[in-house]
Ligand binder design. Structure first.
Ligand SMILES: *Cc1c(COP(=O)(O)O)cnc(C)c1O
Length: 433
């Protein structure tokens, strides 16, 4: 039987009601109002388990990319199930602490770490984090001096820019020479040669991350090959092998028609390059593989439910105006990305093509153009915007002074609010007249 597309794996109609992991979405919407983000703990844990099972043959750590969905209930759920975290800011480090995730399960990425953030990571839960993914020689010097001031040693990986084209949206492509990310091969070798100048640095690994929403494994395979060669060169300079490699995140998901590789095939590619029996694993043992998936864990584990407010006819088209906007979910406006839309109550009969737009004062505030929905859909009806679990709430803003929506987590057939809807007072927090 063909697998249903990722966005439908936990979403289905039971009778005429749309359910998510077995819970009727309308029940949640009635409880919280709309718009509302709803996540499925089962969907998250299933995806995590797929990675864990597929990588069981190697020592591994799956570091969830916190920026994709940073709610502390989500971080706690994944942490308890054995995941680590990949962070890009001090704020995310603070979230990790509130979620009770241990330092040895945390890596810190990002091109612009401040001294304060570095100090916080070095002293996280006293013993510090697992590793910094270092993005420049200048950053290495800063980490070295902060570590010296604190009387610590910093474990690091150098983030390698492998100069491969990830063939994804230019805004989320990160592995090209011209991008701001990572360090080029020659500079990594140079740093390895002068490593003794950095008395507080332990160079333990190499990391990469070539982009997001990758729907082809080819560029990843190229990058993995290049990273293998680089590890060999670095090992020769160091005289003792590196102890881990961090392969980053980026595996895409299916939002619409365009298919994405499965977690299993991605993991097969990882094992083909670094797994048992490879030349790499013979030369580098013991060795640990880290990965940093975000979207592929969270994306199809969340939906955004919105209410249809108005229908509005123009000469050539018809608009559906909903109560959620680009401030809640910016992906369509920012990347022109596709999200499937399903009414919470199945409506039969003919269909019409609509533009589904939000209330924000921008023409880009549009969730879908010329999208086929039931002709009889009426104001007051609820619509689920699928695949909204990653880069949804975490990119939400208060633009147009719109309070951000609540977040709800479904676990074991029950749901609970894991973030309240913001109030008008929240909008003014910190402001003075
Ligand atoms: C954003 C990011 C990720 C996660 O990317 P996904 O496409 O969500 O898997 C992983 N690592 C780094 C360094 C990132 O910046």
């Amino acid at each position: 039987m063909p697998r249903s597309p990722g966005y439908l794996q936990h979403v289905e109609y039971t009778g005429s009601e749309l359910t998510f992991s077995g819970v009727k979405l309308v029940e949640i919407a009635r409880h919280t109002g709309t718009p509302v983000y709803i996540y499925s703990g089962d969907a998250l844990l299933n995806s995590l388990r797929e990675f864990q099972d597929a990588l069981a043959a190697v020592d591994h750590l799956i570091c969830f990319a916190v920026k994709s969905n940073s709610n502390i209930a989500i971080l706690k759920l994944l942490g308890k199930a054995g995941a680590g975290l990949d962070l890009v800011s001090g704020g995310e480090l603070y979230r990790a602490r509130q979620a009770g995730v241990a330092g040895p399960a945390i890596v810190f990425s990002g091109v612009g770490k401040t001294k304060d953030e570095i100090a916080q990571a070095l002293t996280y839960a006293d013993s510090g984090i697992f590793s910094f993914n270092v993005e420049s020689a200048a950053e290495l010097e800063t980490i070295n001096s902060v570590a010296r001031e604190l009387g610590r040693k910093a474990a690091i990986a150098l983030r390698f820019n492998p100069d491969v084209d990830a063939k994804t949206h230019p805004y989320v492509s990160t592995g090209l020479k011209k991008n701001k990310f990572g360090v080029h091969r020659s500079e990594i070798l140079e740093i390895a040669r002068r490593l003794n100048e950095f008395d507080r640095i332990a160079l333990k690994g190499i990391s990469i991350h070539i982009g997001s929403q990758l729907v082809s494994l080819g560029p990843l395979g190229d990058a993995f090959g290049r990273v293998t060669n680089l590890c060999e060169e670095v090992n020769q300079i160091l005289g003792n092998p590196l102890s881990f490699i961090d392969l980053g995140g980026g595996l895409g998901i299916q939002y619409g028609n365009k298919k994405a590789p499965s977690i299993r095939s991605y993991c097969s590619l990882v094992l083909k390059h670094f797994g048992p029996g490879t030349a790499f694993s013979r030369r580098n043992s013991p060795f640990r593989i880290l990965i940093e998936p975000g979207r592929v864990l969270a994306g199809n584990s969340g939906v955004l439910v919105t209410e249809l407010l108005y229908r509005k006819r123009r000469a050539k088209k018809e608009f559906l105006i909903v109560d959620s906007g680009m401030n809640d979910l910016i992906r369509p406006a920012l990347y022109g990305s596709h999200h499937e839309l399903l009414p919470l109550k199945k409506v039969s009969g003919p269909r019409t093509k609509y533009d589904i737009v939000g209330p924000v004062c921008e023409t880009s505030d549009c969730f879908a153009q010329a999208r086929s929905l039931p002709t009889r859909i009426q104001p007051g009806d609820l619509i689920a915007i699928l695949s909204a679990g990653a880069y949804g709430f975490s990119m939400a803003s208060n633009y147009n002074s719109r309070p951000r929506p609540p977040e709800v987590l479904i676990e074991n057939g029950r749901f609970r609010v894991i973030r309240d809807r913001e109030k008008y007072e929240d909008l003014l927090r910190g402001e003075r007249v």
